[in-house]
Design a protein around this ligand. Structure first.
Ligand code: ADP
Length: 363
């Protein structure tokens, strides 16, 4: 750092040397000063800019918004920020970002405003390009979802035909006592069944298209739990699962979608149980400021923590083989929860059970 001792730079020379454009206005809302960088940027003289001269450089499409920002804030003596296009010395309009702050004497008398302004053209162009890419990406994603919906919908019909003829064939072979053929057809039929389940889930996932109809209402999550439990009843009874819950809050969401989330988490908690242990599952909700954080905890087989994010991806399965499934259940949960501005995540250790969490903004 250089010593300032002996530096005789005057405040006005400092303001002129600053790498920002600076202006000031009187209490009567008249611009009285522009520093050298401003004048160089504009390619104009101080006399041309003071008063309302500077407004000649503001892009006509931005002028009204710009003046409204000044007026509203001047009246309230508030600091403000406004961006607009300003004509440079080479006649190019470039985006600038301006900060204005009220000035007061030490006795609190309002003296007007001081402002600083920087050229943000490059940043603005990068932001606009990013925005365009995001829009494009969103469009591609929607197209992909529409494709998945259309394809899974149209695949159902031919698969139904294959299934019914395979059934007929299996019956005929059974009559003819053709054991080998019956066995082969059994494999075909279980493949079809699995494919039908997959298509159903895919249809389910792709029907969550952005903008697709939802009925958002106030929901009592205790009732949602009961509905989800009802859907998992057969598996719960078969495995003698003990499923409990705390008192759950009210939220605002689509009933069917929230039931689906809870149902997917409960059915996973039952499915991924330890072979010789009764599944014990507990559902609770914690009040966390702006949101509710729900938890579905189980005593199942668990999984390595490193996969905690991956399992929410489409078709991502850690336990294949004996555990049936499509690998779409958690992807569906994620899509639904994120629609409401919530998050979903999990904690687990192999052999130590899992905890699945999801948050929802308060109703
Ligand atoms: P699916 O159950 O159809 O395979 P999901 O998307 O519901 O698909 O789950 C993805 C994967 O996450 C599962 O295949 C399983 O490996 C793992 N998983 C989900 N829930 C649990 C759980 N409660 N305990 C252990 N592993 C789980």
């Amino acid at each position: 750092m250089t010593s300032l001792r002996g530096d005789r730079t005057t405040p006005s020379a400092l303001v002129d040397a600053a790498p920002v454009m600076i202006w000031s206005a009187s209490a009567g809302r008249v611009c009285t000063y522009f520093n050298r960088p401003w004048l160089d940027y504009r390619g104009r003289m101080l006399q041309e800019e003071i008063g309302s001269g500077w407004t000649q450089g503001v892009h006509p499409d931005d002028l009204r918004r710009c003046l409204e920002a000044y007026d509203a804030n001047f009246q309230q003596r508030r600091s403000f920020q406004v961006d607009y296009r300003l004509r440079r010395h080479d006649a190019a309009y470039r985006w600038v970002l301006e900060y204005g702050a009220p000035r007061f004497t030490e006795h609190g008398r309002f003296m007007g405003y001081v402002g600083a302004c920087v050229d943000i053209q490059d940043r603005k162009i990068a932001e606009q390009a990013l925005e365009a890419s995001v829009t494009e990406l969103r469009r591609h994603k929607e197209e992909l979802m529409e494709f998945a919906y259309g394809a899974s919908h149209d695949l159902q019909e031919p698969l139904r035909t294959v299934a019914s003829y395979a059934h007929l064939l299996a019956r005929r072979c059974d009559h003819q006592n053709d054991r080998e053929m019956v066995e082969f057809l059994g494999f075909i039929l279980s493949g079809i069944k699995r494919m039908q389940a997959l298509i159903k889930e895919l249809l389910n996932y792709s029907s969550l298209l952005e903008g697709s109809s939802t009925q958002i209402t106030d929901l009592d999550c205790n009732a949602i739990f009961e509905e989800a439990m009802f859907a998992c009843q057969a598996a719960a009874q078969e495995t003698e699962a003990v499923i409990t819950h705390d008192s759950l809050p009210m939220v605002r969401a689509d009933r069917a979608q929230l039931v689906q989330v809870l149902q997917n988490l409960l059915s996973n908690a039952i499915k991924y149980r330890k072979p010789l242990e009764r599944p014990r599952i507990h559902v609770s909700a914690a009040n966390e400021g702006e949101e509710w954080v729900f938890q579905v905890a189980d005593n199942g087989i668990g999984f390595e923590t490193q996969y905690a994010e991956r399992i929410f991806g489409l078709f991502k399965r850690l336990h294949g083989g004996e555990y049936g499934g499509s690998g779409l259940g958690l992807g569906i949960c994620k899509k639904i929860i994120e629609r409401y501005g919530g998050r979903i995540w999990a904690n687990s250790q192999p052999g130590c059970g899992s905890q699945f969490f999801f948050s929802l903004p308060k109703a």
